[in-house]
Ligand binder design. Structure first.
Ligand code: PDD
Length: 279
């Protein structure tokens, strides 16, 4: 089955997809992106992804080339062409191609790239057992709310996690837990679900918002506030949320066992509520 690419309005086979070496996404990371999942051929939470794409683009003064309706129709067309029931859609919007100069070019058309590839969900044994994580100093810039192409600190964190044979790197800034390298982090203590507040220190995850809604409607107390690295080790439960990880319990951090070392009841409940919602 084909992996699909879309560049500036046209679908092309992925192997033939090319952009200019002058593209500012390539030269400067001057652009933004989204990652969207499909479930049984249907894209999940499109409106929330479009809203975040608009916020990210506006923060960088990027011209939006498409309306939400246009984006949606390109995504649906991509899904149709790729034919994967479980797909991962990557959308990238850069400022466009221009001779290298840090200052924005006076006139430039944005570059739009989309790929649709097969998504391989985690084996069921992974969420059933929970995963291990490590903490890493959060060395990212001061606008982590923008889903920008500049992911070097996240790349670095993921690589360290891989080398340590753990699933995710949990980022800690000045002693406070911000988020994961590719996920948001939620901590449960005494039945309350805590997660870092929206703002410049985290990416406001689409899954984060969905899971907080599920928690709220399930009557769970929520606190959007920072917890410390020490709180993490003392937590009853810790779990990750994200497009690629859904709701995923963390049972060991930096070698320390969280709770009883198994996915806790709140993570399990929210994971099954989430599965029901997307199913
Ligand atoms: N990442 N925080 C960071 C730093 C992320 O990169 C992501 C997602 C999230 C979760 O956001 P959402 O629930 O909207 O997926 C939080 C994507 C999947 C990626 O970069 O591949």
């Amino acid at each position: 089955m084909p992996d699909v690419a879309f560049i500036n309005g046209s679908f092309v086979p992925l192997a033939e997809a090319k952009i200019s070496i002058d593209d500012r996404g390539f030269q400067f990371g001057d652009g933004v992106y989204e990652v969207i999942r499909t479930y049984k051929g249907r894209p999940f939470a499109l409106e929330a992804h479009w809203a975040r794409l608009e916020r990210s683009a506006a923060a960088l003064d990027l011209t939006q080339p498409y309306s939400r309706a246009d984006w949606t129709s390109h995504v649906l067309e991509g899904i149709k062409r790729a034919t994967y029931p479980e797909a991962k859609i990557y959308i990238q919007l850069s400022r466009g191609a221009a001779p290298r100069d840090h200052v924005y070019p006076a006139q430039v058309a944005p570059t739009v790239v989309m790929t649709v590839r097969e998504f391989h969900p985690l084996d069921k044994s992974v969420p059933a057992a929970g995963v291990e994580a490590m903490t890493i100093e959060d060395i990212r810039w001061g606008r982590c709310d923008i889903k920008s192409l500049n992911l070097l600190a996240n790349v670095f964190a993921r690589q360290q996690a891989k080398q340590a044979h753990v699933f995710e790197a949990i980022l800690v800034k000045e002693g406070l837990v911000t988020e994961g390298a590719v996920s948001n982090v939620m901590v449960v203590r005494g039945g309350t679900v805590m997660t870092a507040p929206e703002g410049p220190r985290i990416l406001s995850g689409v899954t984060r918002a969905v899971v907080l809604d599920l928690a709220r409607s399930g009557g769970l107390p929520i606190q959007e506030r920072f917890v410390t690295q020490a709180d993490l080790y003392e937590a009853d439960e810790v779990f990750l949320t994200g497009t690629t990880v859904e709701v995923l319990a963390v049972v060991r951090i930096d070698g320390k066992v969280i709770g009883n070392g198994r996915p806790g009841p709140i993570a399990q409940r929210l994971a099954s509520d989430f599965t029901r919602l997307v199913g």
